[in-house]
Design a protein around this ligand. Structure first.
Ligand code: FMN
Ligand code: SF4
Ligand code: SF4
Length: 440
């Protein structure tokens, strides 16, 4: 049986599923309820000098029937007095000594950092997370992402915290930066024990086209917010990969962004996360989603023969290379399973207008399209648009033995070097004549 327990940078938890610092971790009541249902850890809603929030704070992006595929907020850090939060941290730790309670922090001066670190540690926090990521409101005041975008300031503040911290320090990074590894490296240089990513992405979720106000509407006006939820997962995964593969960022990473089920969590772990954090999915579906997450992860680990989470961390990283090291001889073409086809012809339209005119239709006999194999470049588009699972599959055509990469070809002097070079990948490939467009 797999063991889900983790030791993340010295912070122990019964499983890698933590609540991210956000409304679900606003109070001891919520965190106790979550732990009771199975969550392994919680990062407390960011503590600091309490704020005053605006009312009307969230915006959702629905996509074709799916509610909140993306989520946007303009909420700030905690609006509750510190003493109330400290009392509740103490109480939660008393009831759940083996669960991870991490205090997210955001203050300004060195003295304030020292004071709040001592306060939360005295209350029993198992670790600290420095919020260098909030991309709205707090950054206007020189905190949050304003810190996370300045490597020197990251280094300085992590250093301040490490002067007094007795528990592990996680630096939470902002995605609102050109290269997140620069911030990751600054966290290492400041003496951080771990990093977490991502915080929200600065965003405008939409505009009310009748009233000319973007969302969320605060008395007829608005401001930019922070984007999260399933829509941000691909961006977060790439940033995770960049940090996990970086030769000098050898810190444990807590993965955050769009995680809503066990499979999302596994993807994060395989790309290098030692724990995962969840916000939007809990705001959408409640704490109960943890049951499926734990059961699914256990089953996956058993199937794959992973005994511990550490066995899985980063397993997919060696297979992510730079583009120049991919095999140019790898060749796939689309294949349609006629018996599954529902004759919608979406694949035909996609390939005809958006790809390489490699799908034909026989107007007289049947509506099932056919692949023109010599025109197919193996881009996958038709298989992605086809609404029937397994109806279009990509079949391998090369023998898998001859590998040649762009890097090798460059070194051998065998790549296009002039605009009209006949070694171009598409030279001689079928392209209809422009005038043929008007005949159909
Ligand atoms: C309403 C809301 C409030 C948030 N507040 C905080 C916060 O106080 N501190 C923090 O570090 N992150 C905060 N976040 C960011 C989340 O912790 C998390 O990094 C982000 O939402 C991405 O995860 P998700 O896609 O699972 O939501 C907040 C997010 C939301 C939606
Ligand atoms: S998209 Fe799929 S189901 Fe539709 S015509 Fe093409 S192969 Fe058939
Ligand atoms: S894989 Fe691309 S090029 Fe080939 S048939 Fe499908 S859409 Fe056309």
């Amino acid at each position: 049986m797999s063991d889900l327990s983790i030791n993340f940078a010295g912070i122990k938890a019964p499983n890698p599923f933590w609540l991210a610092s956000a409304p679900p971790t606003n109070s001891g009541y919520q965190i106790m309820k979550a732990f009771d249902q199975g969550w392994g850890g919680a990062v407390w809603k960011t503590l600091g000098v309490p704020v005053i929030n605006v009312s009307s704070r969230y915006g959702g992006l629905d996509y074709r029937g799916t509610r909140m595929m993306g989520f946007n907020n303009i909420e700030l850090i905690t609006d509750r007095p510190l003493k109330d939060n400290l009392k509740e941290i103490e109480e939660v730790k008393k009831h759940f000594p083996d669960h991870a309670v991490i205090a997210s922090l955001m203050v300004e001066t060195r003295e304030e950092w020292h004071q709040i670190v001592r306060d939360v540690e005295n209350a029993g926090a198992d670790g600290l997370e420095l919020n260098f990521g909030c991309p709205h409101g707090m950054c206007e005041r020189g905190m949050g992402s304003a810190v996370g975008q300045e490597p020197e300031v990251i280094k300085m503040i992590v250093g301040w915290v490490k002067e007094v911290a007795k528990t592990p320090v996680i630096v939470k990074l902002t995605p609102n930066i050109t290269d997140i590894t620069v911030a990751g490296l600054a966290s290492v240089q400041g003496g951080g024990d771990a990093i977490s990513l991502i915080n929200t992405i600065q965003s405008i979720i939409g505009v009310d086209i009748d009233n000319f106000v973007s969302y969320p509407n605060v008395g007829g006006e608005s401001t930019n917010g922070g984007y999260c939820g399933p829509a941000v997962k691909p961006i977060a995964l790439n940033m995770l990969k960049n940090c996990a593969q970086h030769p000098y960022i050898n810190l444990p990473i807590s993965g955050i962004g769009g995680i809503e089920n066990w499979k999302d969590a596994v993807e994060y772990i395989l790309l290098g996360a030692g724990s995962v954090q969840v916000c939007t999915a809990v705001m959408h579906y409640g704490f109960g989603i943890i049951r499926e997450m734990i059961a699914g992860l256990e089953q996956y680990m058993d199937q794959k023969g992973f005994k511990t989470i550490d066995d899985m961390v980063g397993k997919a990283l060696p297979k992510i290379k730079t583009w120049e090291n991919l095999n140019l001889n790898h060749k796939v073409v689309a294949e349609i399973n006629n018996s599954k086809c529902i004759e919608c012809q979406l694949c035909y339209t996609a390939c005809e207008d958006g790809a390489h005119q490699a799908i034909g239709i026989n107007k007289e006999e049947t509506r099932v399209p056919y692949i023109i194999e010599e025109n197919c470049v193996g881009c996958n588009l038709c298989s992605l648009v086809c609404p029937v699972e397994g109806c279009i599959t990509m079949k391998r055509k090369d023998n898998g033995k001859e590998v040649i990469t762009w890097k090798e070809k460059t070194m051998a002097g065998d790549v296009p070097t002039t605009f009209d070079d006949e070694r171009a990948g598409g030279a001689g490939h079928h392209v209809p004549k422009p005038a043929d467009a008007l005949k159909k």
